[in-house]
Design a binder for this molecule. Sequence first.
Ligand SMILES: NC(=O)c1ccc[n+]([C@@H]2O[C@H](COP(=O)([O-])OP(=O)(O)OC[C@H]3O[C@@H](n4cnc5c(N)ncnc54)[C@H](O)[C@@H]3O)[C@@H](O)[C@H]2O)c1
Length: 263
Amino acid sequence: MRFKDKHIIITGAGTGIGRGIAHLLADEGGRVVIANRNRENGERVAGEIKEKGGTALYIQTDVSQDKDIACLIQQATDAFGPVDVAVSNAAISESASSALELGMEEWDRVFAVNARGSFAFCRACGQNMVDCGTHGSIVTVATLMARSGKGMSGAYAPSKAAVIMFTKTLAKSLAPMGIRVNCVSPGVVATDIYNRVEDEMMMERGTFADWLVEESVKNGQLLIPRAGTAEEIAAAVAFLASDAASYITAQNLSVDGGMDWCW
Ligand SMILES: NC(=O)c1ccc[n+]([C@@H]2O[C@H](COP(=O)([O-])OP(=O)(O)OC[C@H]3O[C@@H](n4cnc5c(N)ncnc54)[C@H](O)[C@@H]3O)[C@@H](O)[C@H]2O)c1
């Protein structure tokens, strides 16, 4: 019960990795806020947690909208008090276009959520921690591709590189107030984030992650030869958010089966 009665906000927790994080932190006693753009998915996850006897609240949030972030912090703190832990997980993928083909509106769309939205959310939570004197923890979610972008990730990879860097700048600004900021970079986890790429590459839904794993194993680029799970990413987020990581800040932890090293 590392998070007993802690107030935890997780963005993008309606599906995939965010859902896994919400379940784990709630199972360990946290009072979790599911901040998701999609209401149906967000309410479903909040319901799943409550059914198990946990504490969860869904708040509809589009992290690319400043007013939504302000409302989120207001409603979440009204419900559960000062923020103890913030997990910035919401992100979108892009069309499968190379850096040369990428339209600037696509760049803006991806950056609005993945970089600007994530930063705005983390900074707002950090400000609440400062205002309330909370020695909290913030965890961002980037990706393996932030450090070794592939040809078809013209906006996504740079937007996530920005996440790794603002994690460090925010960590520096918040350290004097006893607030830690770290990043987790997953490798391949089979989630809905690949839907768009699958559609554009005319691949069957749910097959892109398998293909990526197969190719990477074949090329000796994935040391643990399988996809990761949402639970494995959640375990790393929970560690960094917990007191067990009390001497760790401004770090990026790769959770990718050794792919970062080899890609
Ligand atoms: N799945 C992977 O292989 C993988 C690899 C590396 C990094 N990641 C990262 O993990 C995180 C979670 O992704 P996932 O794989 O679970 O995908 P996902 O698509 O299942 O989850 C993303 C969630 O974010 C929500 N969201 C999107 N835009 C939003 C917005 N503007 N405001 C609020 N919520 C919004 C979506 O509704 C969705 O529930 C992302 O940051 C992603 O970049 C995933």
